[in-house]
Design a protein around this ligand. Structure first.
Ligand SMILES: CC(C)(COP(=O)(O)OP(=O)(O)OC[C@H]1O[C@@H](n2cnc3c(N)ncnc32)[C@H](O)[C@@H]1OP(=O)(O)O)[C@@H](O)C(=O)NCCC(=O)NCCS
Length: 163
C-alpha cells in the first residue's frame, strides 16, 4: 500500500473562534487506551488500510501512540460512555511538525461528519497555538480519508523531510 504525504499550511490562517462542541468531545488520555484500541480495530477493519490486525495489535499501536510524543492538547475524541466513537490523534514529529497520526470513526458512526468536526477542532487549536503547518500520511485509494483531509485544506506534497 502506497502512502502519500499531505500537508496543510497554517501560518496566516485565522483562528475563527470556538467551535460548537458535540457532547462527549474532549482530548484523549492514556486511560482511553482500551476504548481507542477497540475503535481502531473496528474503524479500520474492512478498509484499504486493514491488514488483518487483531485487538492485541491495536492495543500495541495505541500504546505506541501515547509513547510517541503525542499532542494530547490538540487531539480529540468523541466519547460515549466507555466507548470512543471517533478520534483524531496528533503527535509531534522529530522535525517538530505536528502530524495527524490517526483518524478513525466507528463503523456505525461513519459519514456523519464526526471526523471532520474533530479534525477542525484540532486544526483550530494548532492555529491558535501558532503552529505553521500540520501533515499526514494517507494510503493511496483511501477515499474517505482523502476526502476528509482535502476538504480540510491538506494538499499532497513530495516529502523532503524525515518521516
Ligand atoms: C476516514 C474516516 C476517519 C472518516 O470518518 P467519518 O467520521 O466517516 O468522516 P466524515 O463523516 O467527516 O466524512 C469525511 C469524508 O469521508 C467521506 N466518506 C465517508 N464514508 C465514505 C465512504 N464509505 N466512501 C467514500 N467516502 C466516504 C465523506 O463523504 C466525507 O467526504 P465529503 O466531506 O467530501 O463528503 C473513517 O472512514 C474511518 O474510520 N476509516 C478507517 C480508518 C482510516 O482509514 N483512517 C485514515 C487513515 S489515513
Amino acid at each position: 500500500m502506497q502512502k502519500r504525504f499531505y500537508r496543510k499550511h497554517l501560518a496566516g490562517s485565522f483562528d475563527s473562534g470556538p467551535r460548537v462542541h458535540r457532547p462527549g468531545v474532549r482530548p484523549p488520555a492514556p486511560s482511553d487506551s482500551p476504548a481507542l484500541a477497540q475503535l481502531m480495530l473496528d474503524g479500520y477493519r474492512g478498509t484499504i488500510d486493514y491488514e488483518g490486525e487483531e485487538l492485541e495489535d491495536a492495543v500495541e499501536a495505541v500504546y505506541d501512540y501515547f509513547d510517541s510524543n503525542p499532542m494530547l492538547d490538540h487531539s480529540y475524541i468523541l466519547a460515549a460512555g466507555d466507548r470512543v466513537r471517533s478520534a483524531v490523534l496528533l503527535m509531534r514529529r522529530s522535525s517538530g511538525e505536528p502530524m495527524v497520526s490517526y483518524v478513525m470513526t466507528a463503523p456505525k458512526a461513519k459519514g456523519q461528519g464526526l471526523a471532520a468536526d474533530l479534525l477542525e477542532l484540532s486544526l483550530a487549536g494548532l492555529v491558535a497555538a501558532g503552529e505553521s503547518s500540520v501533515c499526514a500520511y494517507i494510503t493511496d485509494g483511501n477515499t474517505p480519508s482523502e476526502r476528509l483531509f482535502k476538504r480540510a485544506g491538506f494538499v499532497e506534497v513530495t516529502e523532503h523531510s524525515e518521516s
